[in-house]
Write a protein that binds this ligand. Structure first.
Ligand code: ATP
Ligand code: MG
Length: 232
């Protein structure tokens, strides 16, 4: 469903991704693992056409979307959880959930169904999102992705900075996306989350894919070494 073929991606004149190829199939959770600054966020942004893809192609759902205007891409059924809890702080939780054109028409029942996964948001739909805790804001951002019913979800370090109980909750939501048949591309630095969730893993370093494997075939030590965390 998603296929990047030898993508070179730039921010203006600055090259970041080199010859980057990867695939995500429906119902598959694919991890993109790498240290800070290695190009994980840039890879997700390149799917969304928020970088300049100078060479290579980006295919989604059988279409070549390379060079498409970025505002057309989410309409294909691509949900995006940006890094670092992006909510609109002045807007209410409800407005945050229903702001995307694709979610505006969602029924109250569907909203209730999605919110059932996030007990901490109960009774807070009218609250300004900026007054929620960081973890609660991340739940709003994640609920927004679920509400889109995406065919593909691009999740950028969704568990970053969350306490263990919330990490488990986020992992559960990601499994639900898979069960619903969505493809998931998960940028991560947390080895435990990668091992718990992913079907396949790509290792990224300095804008290049330096390894690809089925999840069961990579040891925890190898993943830790890739992240510069040591490991025996
Ligand atoms: N808007 C930008 N303009 C220029 N260079 C950028 C821009 N955003 C990121 N970069 C550079 O691109 C490289 C990859 O950054 P990217 O944000 O994709 O890394 P990352 O793997 O997501 O890191 P992190 O784990 O810290 O989020 C870095 O060298 C970074 O400095
Ligand atoms: Mg990043």
């Amino acid at each position: 469903m998603l296929k990047l073929e030898r993508v070179d991606a730039y921010y203006g004149p600055i090259p970041v991704l080199r010859q980057l190829s990867l695939r995500v199939r429906p119902g598959e959770i694919v991890g993109l693992l790498g240290r800070n600054g290695m190009g994980k966020t840039t890879t997700l942004k390149s799917v969304l056409q928020l970088t300049t893809v100078r060479r290579g192609r980006v295919h989604f759902g059988g279409r070549d979307i390379t060079g498409w205007p970025a505002q057309r891409v989410p309409g294909l059924g691509i949900g995006y959880l940006p890094q670092g809890r992006r909510v609109f702080p002045q807007m209410s939780v409800r407005e945050n959930l229903l702001i995307a054109p694709a979610t505006r028409g969602r029924s109250p029942d569907e909203l209730r169904l999605v919110l059932a996964r996030f007990p901490q948001l109960e009774g807070r739909l009218q609250q300004r999102a900026g007054t929620l805790s960081g973890g609660e804001q991340q739940m709003v951002a994640l609920a927004r992705v679920l509400l889109l019913r995406p065919r593909l979800a691009l999740l950028d370090e969704p568990t970053e900075g969350l306490m263990p109980g919330l990490v488990t909750q986020v992992e559960q939501v990601i499994r639900e996306l898979k069960t619903a048949g969505a493809g998931v591309l998960l940028a991560e630095q947390r080895v435990a989350t990668i091992l718990a969730l992913c079907d396949r893993i790509y290792l990224i370093e300095k804008g290049r894919i330096v390894g690809e494997s089925l999840a069961g075939q990579l040891s925890e030590n190898k993943l830790r070494r890739h992240l510069g965390l040591g490991g025996s």
